[in-house]
Design a protein around this ligand. Structure first.
Ligand code: ZN
Length: 201
């Protein structure tokens, strides 16, 4: 016999699946919603629904965008440098680099990194699409800005192998970013320095 009403149980199970949330926190959050004003819970439920239906991925760079757009604001911006593509792991890294106000090129969001342990291979992230862009766009430099982690480095090396045959300059963000750290958590000046000091890959 279940100790809790089914809807509450359901909510706890759903919250438990969130990154960084264990069973205890999930239960605490669920009880918080139980006590919170009706409006708060329904607004949040609406936002959760809209986050899927109201967003899409740019079909050029795979950055997240409003579902009503046909390409993201960065790709659509004529003033941005089409000769440079900065390759990042996810959309949050795009935001981090945009905040530095020191990068004016394009992006390419991989949506992950290679990870044999987790069974993530080249076909599971947007590497093929990157290669297609190198073939068809006037790209001169590819800055690989995957995180300075084991997987990030392995992904950078794989990208180098994969793109070696094309006449593009391949660079990697300079060291100085905390090892194992996440691009999205680096402060703006560290990120700017890493960008300015990028080295050939
Ligand atoms: Zn885009």
């Amino acid at each position: 016999m279940a100790l809790l009403p089914a809807p509450l149980e359901q909510l706890i199970l759903g919250l438990e699946r969130l990154p960084g949330i264990g069973p205890k926190t999930a239960s605490r959050l669920a009880f918080y919603f139980l006590k919170a004003p009706e409006e708060y819970a329904s607004d949040l439920a609406e936002a959760l629904k809209a986050v899927k239906s109201g967003t899409a991925f740019c079909q050029t760079c795979f950055h997240i965008m409003d579902a009503s757009r046909t390409e993201c604001q960065i790709c659509a911006d004529e003033k941005r440098d089409k000769r440079t593509i900065c390759v990042v792991e996810d959309s949050l890294d795009v935001l981090a680099l945009e905040k530095t106000v020191g990068y004016f090129g394009q992006y390419h969001v991989l949506h992950g990194v290679l990870s044999p342990i987790e069974g993530i291979g080249p076909d599971d992230i947007r590497i093929y699409e990157l290669e297609m862009r190198i073939k068809t766009e006037p790209v001169e430099e590819v800055i690989v800005a995957t995180n300075p982690s084991m997987e990030g480095d392995a992904t950078a090396l794989y990208i180098r192998q994969r793109l070696e045959k094309y006449p593009v300059k391949l660079t990697r963000l300079a060291r100085g970013l905390p090892v194992g750290g996440d691009l999205e958590y680096a402060d703006q000046s560290t990120l700017l320095r890493a960008l300015a000091g990028r080295q050939s890959l």
